[in-house]
Design a protein around this ligand. Structure first.
Ligand SMILES: Nc1nc2c(ncn2[C@@H]2O[C@H](COP(=O)(O)OP(=O)(O)OP(=O)(O)O)[C@@H](O)[C@H]2O)c(=O)[nH]1
Ligand SMILES: [Mg+2]
Length: 601
């Protein structure tokens, strides 16, 4: 890993602990400019002249501000990370029984149109969606039914397709499926068996009557034939007489070419990338055939057409695994939401009680002014950026050189996202507190930021207990993954496209079962880079706690202490403690800085 300016190497920030560091500030040396212009002057003023009395105010005694809002100043999040929906593909429209009737042609040929095919249900992961709340409210998604065929050989209209758009990072699991065609097929098989049995008995009765010289018709008169096994699949002409109905011999159903094949279940999709083309979930029913399909020499005027196929319905569980770059993990009331407010424009609820946050909040830290001009200077010691920083003579500022000036490279990072989740308590992995529900958000964050309250108990112990919960959860998840019978991922190949329910192959490609780890190690979370945000540094008597935490993290980095989760081989490359006072917006720049360094690694 590239060497970085260690956030805590200057021991403590001057605005937090002025007595400890009067001369130089690492913040100034690193050339960090704050992201929030409104707090610029405040930050600078605090750096220059803050005194311990000014900075030790508790949140109650501080005037209300954006970072210390009254409890009722928050925006209600419409965020939902779980939804259960029923997706109904459209059934096919029935074929039509019609005959040409024109002047001078009373009994023209059959000309009933075919029924339209039912609409399909697709799913697509897109960046423009950020929450599942719309789906969780809607619950039922229906594709359009195929319209019935009409006379004069007019085919019924195809049912409308529905595309369910979900945020990138959604996992889709099929819970149950009703397949009326499969049920119908079972019924048809039973009816066919019954019919065969009847035919056998009938022949036996005929033979017996013939041998004994009895009247065959009288001998078989009492035997009632069961309905034709295919009767269920046909619609008969409404004006059909009883005698016509009895003498009706239904033909075998013609084989139909399917445009879309129903993907085999249970479906399990991990949509961790945007899907340029929607993925087929439930294929619509095939439309019925009009009566012209059944015209033959023996049957010039068929009085039947076929019904449209009924379509699959499935219940799906959608789970959005947040793909935030940074996950804030902390005990209740540690100051996570205040930190999110300080870092971003979030209006997460803040309150001086546990479990203020009941739903995850996501904020975006914008690193440029939306026009490519960075609002912060990347650390000089950080790994070289793909885009060189050059001096802009016009503005006297640093700007990012255009790719052609330095040779093409990936775009520089312009933003990162932060997830603030409800506080974890001991036993969270056993679903205590709001436990399991939210621990899973930690799983996908690129970097974990452990938020500890310097004013509340031993920070090292707090950090250890947080890591214990996260580590236990990681083990449980690995076990769960191993046990999961069917897993799968879309096979992302080539241009990022997929081979899915297309007309040519009719297959939705779901990759092989996802590899379950051989043994549970907890490493899928413990291997992530992490750091500690030591917050509420403005409160009195927090220095010793911070010094202890810093010492502990140095020992972990040097390998003198095990990783706080106890997991072997966990990430311990550069465990930093960043002291902040989120309520004053102090020190948050260092978090931005440090995070970008870790994310760009
Ligand atoms: N003095 C001081 N108080 C702070 C600081 N950060 C947060 N607080 C206060 O700590 C209390 C809890 O803050 P929150 O941001 O709601 O904490 P949280 O971790 O999100 O809490 P939960 O959502 O309940 O888990 C509030 O009264 C904040 O004003 C800080 O840096 N200094
Ligand atoms: Mg909160």
């Amino acid at each position: 890993m590239s060497p970085r300016c260690h956030p805590s190497s200057g021991l403590l920030l001057p605005f937090l602990y002025p007595s400890l560091l009067r001369h130089t500030t690492r913040l100034a040396r690193a050339g960090i400019t704050t992201l929030h212009s409104s707090s610029d002057t405040k930050t600078a003023a605090s750096i220059e002249g803050s005194t311990s009395t000014e900075t030790s105010a508790s949140s109650e005694s501080l005037p209300h501000s954006r970072l210390n809002p009254p409890p009722d100043d928050y925006s209600v999040s419409t965020f939902a990370d779980k939804a259960r929906i029923w997706a109904h593909a459209g059934s096919g429209g029935a074929g039509c029984i019609a005959f040409l009737r024109e002047i001078f042609i009373d009994n023209g040929p059959a000309n009933g149109g075919d029924g339209g095919h039912g609409g399909n249900v697709y799913i697509q992961a897109v960046h423009s969606e950020t929450s599942l709340h719309k789906l969780s409210r809607r619950r039922i998604i229906r594709a359009g039914r195929g319209k019935t065929g009409q006379g004069s050989s007019r085919a019924g209209q195809r049912g409308d397709d529905v595309v369910i758009q979900v945020p990138v990072g959604t996992v889709v699991r099929e819970i149950q499926r009703t397949d009326p065609m499969a049920e119908e097929h079972m019924r048809w098989k039973q009816a066919r068996e019954k019919d065969r049995e009847f035919q056998r008995l009938f022949r036996e009765a005929e033979l017996k009557a013939e041998q004994s010289g009895e009247d065959v018709e009288a001998a078989t008169a009492g035997m009632e034939a069961p309905d034709h096994p295919n009767l269920d699949k046909f619609i008969l002409y409404p004006g059909i007489s009883n005698s016509e109905r009895r003498s009706l011999t239904l033909p075998p159903l013609p084989r139909r070419e399917r445009l879309y094949h129903q993907p085999a279940g249970p479906i399990h999709l991990d949509l961790s990338m945007p899907t340029p083309r929607p993925i087929l979930l439930a294929a619509g029913g095939v439309g019925g055939l009009g009566n012209p399909h059944f015209v033959s020499k023996e049957r010039p005027r068929p009085l039947f057409a076929t019904k449209g196929e009924r379509a699959v319905s499935m219940q799906l569980e959608l789970e959005l695994k947040l793909l935030a770059d940074v996950g804030l993990v902390g005990l209740p009331n540690a100051g996570k939401s205040t930190l999110l407010r300080a870092l971003t424009r979030s209006r997460a609820r803040v309150g001086n009680w546990a479990f203020t946050t009941l739903q995850p909040n996501i904020g975006t830290v914008v690193l440029d002014n939306h026009k490519g001009r960075r609002l912060y200077t990347p650390p000089k010691t950080a790994r070289p950026q793909p885009h060189a920083i050059i001096n802009d003579a016009k503005y006297g500022n640093v700007v990012i050189a255009q790719p052609e000036q330095i040779g093409a490279g990936p775009e520089p990072r312009t933003r990162f996202t932060v997830a603030d989740i409800p506080g974890l308590i001991e036993g969270a992995h056993l679903d205590r507190g709001l436990g399991m529900e939210f621990l899973r958000h930690v799983e996908r964050a690129g970097v974990l930021a452990f938020v500890v309250d310097l004013a509340k108990g031993d920070s090292v112990e707090a950090l250890k207990s947080l890591w214990t919960e996260v580590g236990m959860y990681a083990l449980m998840r690995e076990e769960e993954n191993k046990e999961r019978e069917v897993g799968g991922r879309i096979d992302w190949q080539g241009d990022g496209g997929m081979d899915f329910g297309n007309a040519a192959t009719g297959h939705m490609m779901i990759a092989e079962f996802s590899e379950a780890p051989d043994d549970e190690s907890g490493l899928h979370i413990a291997a992530k880079p992490w750091y500690v945000v030591a917050t509420k540094g403005d409160l009195p008597d927090t220095q010793d706690n911070f010094a202890k935490l810093k010492g502990y993290l140095e020992r972990v980095t040097n390998g003198e202490e095990p990783h706080p989760s106890g997991v072997e081989g966990a990430w311990t490359e550069d465990c930093a403690a960043i002291p902040v006072s989120a309520i004053n917006g102090h020190g948050v720049d260092r978090i931005v800085h440090w995070t970008v360094g870790l994310l760009d690694e």
